[in-house]
Structure formats: C-alpha cells, structure tokens
Design a protein around this ligand. Structure first.
Ligand SMILES: [Zn+2]
Ligand SMILES: [Zn+2]
Length: 450
C-alpha cells in the first residue's frame, strides 16, 4: 500500500494541477516578498523550526488556543520539551535577543519566510503545515513604523493584483491602561459566566481579553455590548493610536476602526490590525498583525518595542486562485535539442551544457523518442526554439533551429547557436514591447551578437 501525506499537510508540485499548489506560484510569491522586504529595508532572518516549548508558552501566551491546543510538542532524546514552531515571531525575537541585535543601531527590520505547524481540526479545512511571511520591526515605538509595516503588506498585495484592501484597526492598550480595562471587561462578563464556554470561564481570570476572540461565544448578545478597549486607552496609547491613523491617511491606505479585533496571540499591545479583502465574503481576512512592545522583555531581552505581522502564503495563493488572478508565468524553456541519429544524440548533451553555461535554459531527449515525438515533447515543455540536430548537420557544424512561436526555420552554425538564440530573444522582446510581432523573425545567423 502506498504511503500518503499527513492530514493538513500539502505537497507543492512542479505541475499546475491546482494553482495554489503549483511551485512556480510559490516561487513568484516568495520572490515578491523578498523584493518587497529589500525595498523597505528589511533583511531576511532564518531561525530553526524547533525551539524550546517554553519559548512559545512565554512568548505566544499559555492561555491561547495555539499554545493550549494546537502545538506539535514532544520530548526529545535528551528529555527536553521541544515544539515545532506554530508561528515565526517568537523565534525571531529569541534570535534577536540571543545574538544581541539590540546592540546594533536600531530599528532592526527583519522578515522570515517558512513553515509553521499547528494541530488544527481538519474539518475546519485548515492546514497543519502552513507557511508565513513574518515581518518584524524591533526598536521603534513611532506610529510611523506601524503604518510602514501595514503598508509593506498592502503594497505586496496590490502588486499581486489584490487591490481594494481595507485595514481594520484597533488598539488594545498597554500595561498602564489594560489592567483597568480588564476589570471593566470582567465586570461586564461576570453576570454571563454561565453562558460562556468552559474555555472562556478559564480565560475570565487569566486573560479576559481573549473572551472577545472566542469562536464559540462570538455571536452571543452580551458580546456586542462589551466595553471597548479604545474607550479606555491611556494618554500615550491614545496619541499613538491617533498617530497611526494620521500616517495611514498620509499613505492613502483605507482603514476603519474595528473594536472586535484582539488577535489570537497574547503578546500584542496598542496597535492590532487585520487586512480585509471584501470580495472574499465571510472569510475575508487575508493577514493580520500588531504591536508587541513587551515581548522582547518577556523573553529575557532589554525593553524593546516591536511590531509585525504574519501573512499566510497559502491564504494569499488561495485568494489569487479564487479571484482568478494569475501570477506572471516563469520564463519558457529557451531551447530543446532534438536529435536524429546516434552521433547527434551523443553531441546533444555537451551542446545543451554549452547553452546552459551562457545562461540559456536547455533540454534534450533522453528517452530515444522519434523526431516527431521529440517535437511534441518540446512543445509540451514550452520550448521557445527547437534545435534539430542530425548526423549530416553535425558533420557540417550546423543545426536547423525552429522558432516554435512561428513557422520559421533557420540554418545556424553550432558555434554561433547561443548568441543567435540570445539575439532572437532580444528581438522578440523588443517587438513585443512595441506591441507588434512580425510573422518571421529577421534572419541571419550570428549577426545579432549582443
Ligand atoms: Zn496605554
Ligand atoms: Zn468562549
């Protein structure tokens, strides 16, 4: 019996069966994320998949669903409690502290791209291995940083074709104003304890803010009348929240205040946000994040403000698929070398190697197909040119080159093959940039040397 993949874990494939699982789209998206990071002054950081369990218990919060119900935790052979990361931020913070990056000129702007693991219930259709672009800024409390962190994601989405996003914004206060707000929340929920789910009864003492985020109790009537954090902010939080809004306006980023957003993780302070794409309907949140000014200190570092977000790659790719938006395709194969005869077959491998060394992609037949079958296969591979090599041509040091986009066939000297293909490509690009393309490319082997 064949072994299958685990529930909630997907293979990303080299063929386009489902576009959100097609590797070309993953590569395109990751390239866009890295490019976007570079434009905004972020550096990539790569941290291990495995961390001490305590990092997440302390960093993510031991009352969150993620930590209490969803982590892949185990004891390793050295009897250490280990967890496969359920998100990337905690590991990035751990590394920031461990390598004393706070001693460098601040802020530290970093991002990570990679998998995270949560034991989600399969009926919710959620993945147990998903991938995140985790973008973080350490060392700036300036509300301009909050706006910049929101903007980097909005810019990325709009480059992918997701326009018309709305930012839902909230502030959940700080250690100065939150204790008072917590008491107000407890006063509000105390008469309803019997109606709240068992989890919320536990949250009531440990972290009543979490109750606002409960998926079970969300629609109960006393939820809508709960006190709002933005009505209980201290002066500093209030002016910070005003600042974030001012900066978003200056960037023309549409936003609305949404007091229902508390986010699923304990470490957030002040700004929390979710980015909504209305055409998606009910499940319209594409990504979210927020500020975590106490997290670095909680994990043993010096007091350092921080803000960031995690964007799910699957979520973005599924959204693009759902909206019928395609990422730009990978460049086609430059040349397929089709051969007739034994001498030509032996010459194909070094010829392909020569083309590849000049930066042209090249493929050749290794299954001994007929010429007709080779042409068909070349077409399937999306080859731009097919180099037809027979024993006679080989003896003369020449090949027939067929332009697969038209009907033209050219006689080209083998030693000029690479520059000839480069020249044809450049000419075709120039034509397509001019919005026109002739039926037959200008002919003349070797004269387009660039
Ligand atoms: Zn405050
Ligand atoms: Zn509940």
């Amino acid at each position: 019996m064949a072994i299958t993949s685990l529930t909630g874990m997907k293979d990303v494939l080299p063929v386009n069966q489902e576009s959100w699982l097609f590797v070309d789209n993953w590569q395109r998206l990751e390239e866009s994320m890295r490019r976007q990071g570079r434009l905004y002054g972020f550096r990539e950081m790569r941290t291990p998949l495995l961390e001490m369990t305590e990092l997440f218990a302390r960093g993510v919060g031991d009352t969150t669903d993620v930590v209490t119900k969803e982590m892949y935790s185990f004891t390793d052979r050295g009897d250490r409690p280990i967890t496969v990361r359920p998100e990337l931020t905690a590991g990035l913070v751990r590394s920031f502290i461990e390598h004393k990056l706070y001693a460098l000129p601040q802020p530290t702007k970093v991002f990570g791209i990679g998998p995270a693991f949560r034991y989600e219930r399969p009926q919710a259709g959620r993945l147990r291995q998903h991938h995140q672009w985790s973008v973080e800024v350490f060392g700036s409390q300036d509300p301009a940083t909050d706006a910049e962190v929101i903007q980097i994601g909005i810019d990325l989405a709009s480059q992918l074709g997701l326009n018309g996003l709305t930012v839902h914004l909230n502030s959940i206060g700080c250690p100065v104003c939150r204790p008072d707000y917590r008491e107000k929340l407890k006063d509000h929920f105390r008469p309803h304890l019997g109606e709240l789910c068992p989890d919320c009864n536990e949250r009531f003492d440990k972290n009543p803010l979490r109750i606002l985020d409960c998926k079970v109790d969300r629609d109960k009537p006393f939820m809508a009348t709960a006190p709002k954090s933005i009505d209980h902010l201290c002066d500093e939080c209030r002016s910070h929240f005003d600042g974030v809004q001012r900066h978003l306006k200056s960037l023309d980023i549409p936003f609305e205040i949404d007091t229902g957003i508390v986010r699923g993780l304990d470490y957030y302070t002040k700004t929390v946000f979710e980015v909504i794409y209305p055409p998606l309907g009910a499940q319209s949140t594409v990504w979210g994040g927020g500020r975590y000014d106490g997290l670095v200190e909680t994990l043993g570092g010096p007091p350092t403000p921080g803000i960031g977000f995690g964007m799910g790659l699957e979520r973005v790719l599924l959204t693009l698929e759902k909206m019928g938006l395609a990422l730009p395709p990978q460049p086609p194969l430059d040349a397929f070398i089709a051969t007739i005869g034994d001498a030509a077959r032996s010459a194909a491998l070094p010829l392909a190697a020569r083309l590849r060394r000049t930066g042209l992609s090249a493929e050749l037949d290794v299954l001994g197909r007929s010429l007709k079958a080779q042409m068909k296969y070349a077409d399937r591979l999306g080859a731009r040119y097919v180099v037809i090599l027979g024993d006679d041509e080989l003896a003369r040091g020449e090949a027939q080159v067929k332009d697969m986009a038209g009907s033209a066939q050219h006689q080209v000297a083998l030693e000029n093959l690479a520059p000839w293909i480069e020249g044809q490509k450049a000419a075709a690009e120039a034509w397509s940039a001019a919005g026109d393309r002739p039926e037959t490319q200008p002919e003349n082997g070797g004269t387009h040397r660039g």
